[in-house]
Design a protein around this ligand. Sequence first.
Ligand code: SF4
Length: 519
Amino acid sequence: MVGSGYDFVITTDRTMMSNHHGKEFIGFLATGPAYFFPERVWLRLCCPKPKVDKEGKPIEAPYGLRKVEAALIDAGYKAAIIDPDHLEKHLRHAKAVMVGHHDYFAYGPPSSEWWLLTGKEPVNRVSLMRFMRWLGERKRRYGFKIIVGGPAAWQWLWEPEFWHSVGVDTVVDGEAEIVIKKIAEKIVNGEPLPKYVYVGASDVPSIEEIPVIKGASVNGLVEVMRGCPRGCKFCSVTLRPLRFMPYEKIEAELKVNREAGILDAIIHSEDVLLYRAKGVIPQEEPLIKLHKLFTKYTRSLAWAHASLAAIVTAQRNGKIITKLTDIIYSENEQDYLGVEVGIETGSIRLVRLYMAGKAAPYPPEKYPEIVEEAFAIMHEHRIVPAATFILNLPGERPEDVMATVELLEKLRPYRSLIVPMFFVPMGSLKGDKRIIARVKVTPEHLEAFRVAVRHSAYWAKDIMARFYLKGPKHALTRFLLSRFVNLVESKAMKILSSLEHFEGKELTIERKELPQIPA
Ligand code: SF4
């Protein structure tokens, strides 16, 4: 019977439950505050509602939710992902509602940067908190449990009052495939639940324990490996064991997406080129096999992430980048490839201190040259990176930031979007529990921001014209978006100018007073 069958309802708020018009980068608009339009219009523009079936199950859903759903179904539970607009009819009978998110309270990048710079709460935080308050109110009415998890689960530790006021029963921090079944069992048996579960080494799933998704993932995302061998000190991914998904599992998920009519794909890995690598040396044969497998089922694909050192190593050792892009562009209907990359810094001192593995197999001293060479290789192969760099790492000196600025200037000829991120230390400050993050802004930081904004605004228009919106039929949209990019550039420059009086002072994020949930 519609709306009465699921013991475990899996969901999230609108900023996550959307395919963002098939373009992941559009989803990033929800990580900033709403500008030019009211928040609800902004939300509609960047996070359109997905198609759903008669029960409210989305055709495409976030990959992490799909894994939780598959783990529960394989264990024999009645579980389904439900769109947030269709939850009401399922809640009366649900034993638990499970919520996942990438950035619950906007403490992750790039949300926290926009929040710090503009002083306005990002749309994703506003949307999530509104949704959780609503869910907390329904919990009081119907009595189900609320379990939250996902890559941003740690953020609940910084919102204890909200955690309590909403009535979240358990926070699951880490890979959930095994732990979620133990929690489901406790719920079914009426046993008490732990408040917080950190998934330690003994509960990290092996390849065999990672289930195949049962329904399509947003934009056809399919995971090919977990973990990363580079060991950057600021990154939690590196704590996880390295595991490569077998071709059979990857193919099974490609088939699920294809059967749902999803013809585009994202190859998900922290470093796609390290799929079945020897250490940090990319291997031609498995990479070619992987890409041929994807192109068999897709119309277009993107790489989730690749490291710049792997791009250089792959191209220097047998022109692997040329071979992979030849396969992609000849087998698929696409003439460019999107990817996220991390520049992080131009300072050799900071590379040595925090991320020596980023440059491997080359020494840290070579890192700035590796970055530039990787950008040149990508430009030549029509690979369009969305790149990030980090400011405010602990112990950072003005000369470190200027080394980054110098590197960014060298990247100017290469087609790419470059986004700055602040390393944001968090925690309640003595005497004012509502201040949760602060960053000391320096003139060098502002210069790095300016260089990045100019670079990205210039190349954004080129990328739209050449790839995303080419041809006469998109002329109007291209014109409007180009005006929009100009507006964003001038707004960003104004914000940066207004921040000049902050030089040497601190920007803070403040937690607002929380409204009470009606009894
Ligand atoms: S290369 Fe990227 S994913 Fe790997 S440890 Fe460093 S920051 Fe994390």
